[in-house]
Design a protein. Structure first.
Length: 128
């Protein structure tokens, strides 16, 4: 994909971030350097290549850090826990964390998905 074509792709906020029916997060992988990103990108943040493809990301993760959120956008009950995790394969993702009392930095997590499209959040991380 040429750069100008890549820049004409939907904005990152308009791209699919997951496939709930398959139970996977969707990101991008650079054909130039192999960098994987979530959410998916049109242009690689490492090498500038526009040769990116949508990929399914691993569902296993390691907790990096977490924090309690007291102010949320409409539709989310507070407080809730927000986590920064490393997915297997080296992609960093922010998402809700459930079952926090059981986990610490370095704990093994897995991604889980809502059973319907009206539920918020649509995915979260929980102890593996
Ligand atoms: Zn790249």
């Amino acid at each position: 994909m040429e750069l100008m074509e890549a820049l004409a792709q939907p904005n990152v906020s308009a791209r699919r971030r997951f496939d709930r029916t398959k139970g996977v997060l969707l990101g991008s992988e650079c054909g130039g350097c192999g960098l994987r990103s979530w959410p998916g990108r049109s242009v690689c943040s490492r090498c500038g290549s526009a040769d990116l493809a949508e990929v399914e990301l691993a569902g296993e993760a390691i907790l990096i850090s977490s924090t309690r959120v007291w102010v949320a956008r409409p539709g989310l009950d507070v407080p809730y826990m927000l986590a920064q995790v490393w997915l297997a394969g080296g992609v960093r993702v922010f998402g809700h964390l459930r079952g926090r009392s059981e986990v610490r930095a370095g704990s093994a997590l897995r991604v889980a998905f809502a059973t319907n499209s009206a539920e918020e959040p649509q995915f979260w991380f929980e102890p593996a």
